[in-house]
Design a protein around this ligand. Sequence first.
Ligand code: FAD
Length: 560
Amino acid sequence: MENTLPTKPVSFSALHRAAYWQRLREEEFDVLVIGGGITGAGIALDAATRGLRVALVEKRDFASGTSSRSTKLIHGGLRYLKQLEIRLVREVGLERAIVHRNARHLVLAERMLLPIVEGGSLGKMMSSLGLWVYDYLAKVDKKERRRMMPADETLSVEPLLRKDIVKGGGLYYEYRTDDARLTIETIKTAVANGGLCLNYAAVEGFDFADEAQPVAIVRDALQPDAAPVRLRAKYIINAAGPWVDTLRAVDTEGVRGKRLHLTKGVHIVVPRERLPLQQSAYFDVLADKRMCFAIPRQGVTYIGTTDTNYKESTDNPQADSADVDYILAAANEMFPTAKLSRKDVISTWAGLRPLIHQEGKSPSELSRKDEIFVSSSGLISIAGGKLTGYRKMAERVVDLVCKKMGKSIACRTANLRVNGADFDNRRAFDEFVQKRSTSMRDLGVHPSELIALAQRYGSNLDLIIERAYELAPQLAGDGAQALEYAELLYGVDYEMVTTMEDFLIRRTGWLYFERPRLEKSAERIFKWLQNALSQSPETAQAQHAAYLQEYASVMQWSEK
Ligand code: FAD
């Protein structure tokens, strides 16, 4: 097996933005990737590890599009079996194991309950067969294979289920992740392999006049008045997710042939004690025969998702009251004693699926397969797909680029760990956590926080702990605050944290999942960040206002 050496932390600092811009201006690249979601991140990593000179630009923050707004599962997509998408289920099922192996601290096995209910989409026989085929296609380990249960056992495994309709259930395994962190770790690994990646760098257009040297016009989103850079790359890959067609529209031939079909998916978050499930559940929505997930995570349970056609602005999709009520009704139907109401919702998020349009199909029927389009200018666009399948999608695109370059270089990512994933197995991770518990006690931090941090940063956590010891004296010995400060500074120095939202949404997830902590910490994070980035008071205030707007928006939904 190759490429499993310890991953080293690599400087990827928001303080070096000017130097990164300089390189974008001066260097010539083999490949430019547009879009810093999981698709672009995977492509940058694949291309960099094949020895190509790669640049990636992202118009806002890494993972700020769909890749921080998913259900956060690395899964084969059980429901696609019903649509007979066998190849897709097999491919993403097999990818599950690879993504888990390469990011053990971040992609965690998750026991999932599939209740079989009266009026549900599958009966006992079909559920059992479906889960068997699912495990078989993904070559699931014996200990993680599905187990079918009668009604009484299902109810003892999950007492909150609606007793009058349960006919049985199946237990099987999926993997849970943090989509935004998987994206940033993939980008950091691309950087460690020589890629140049930059957030807040937006492609505005192209110049394909010289066929041998395509140019992308890239503007600094943080300094919109500065002249844009003419970035030179032999191949330009459009991995802009829901914005793929927006970029195709400014290409020479416009949007021809296949086009995107965006659907919106919303999740709601409730305190764990309001829906204290024993494990994750994948359950029927009886009204429309769809399926929903309910997933416990630290102190909360999140539930979703919806799937509705979307034609509004792509820049900030939000939940509306119909979305929230749909999810609440679905959860109450399956777990009636919870009696969830709008008052229980502590946050929401909405994401857009960049699917390929198929005439006459409803949102849930649209295929999740990815497709590559190559325009006459040479612009390569990729759309569709899933978080889980990102590595394979990247392999296909980079294979195509290598073929066009007349090079034969095999993909190297199957056994490549992402940054911070220095664990051969679960035991190694547990030992890592155990060994850091003394430091946490010294710093006065609760043990549950240690696990959350280790799952977030893997072996890079050591850099944060070291920094926290250095910072504690400045903070009157308050170890917990020092750890928080150190985490923020790690974000600035190693993960290109440039705004409060970068840190509070995409690097830590606090905005969605840890609202009480957020209330306590947001103001000091604001001051520390202003200091770390030497921001002018105007810039800092503008960013603070943007954060407050985002803070409010995850708790507001428009009436529909
Ligand atoms: P994005 O993450 O949107 O990235 C595209 C990026 O391009 C954006 O960050 C954007 O800012 C940038 N960009 C756009 N225009 C420009 C420009 N002009 N210049 C520079 N940058 C630009 N998949 C799973 O495997 N498991 C799940 O549990 C799952 N759940 C889902 C739940 C929901 C509600 C949704 C909506 C999707 C879910 N998916 C899931 C699918 C998965 O999330 C997506 O397939 C994936 O995140 C898409 O990633 P992407 O990189 O293609 O797009």
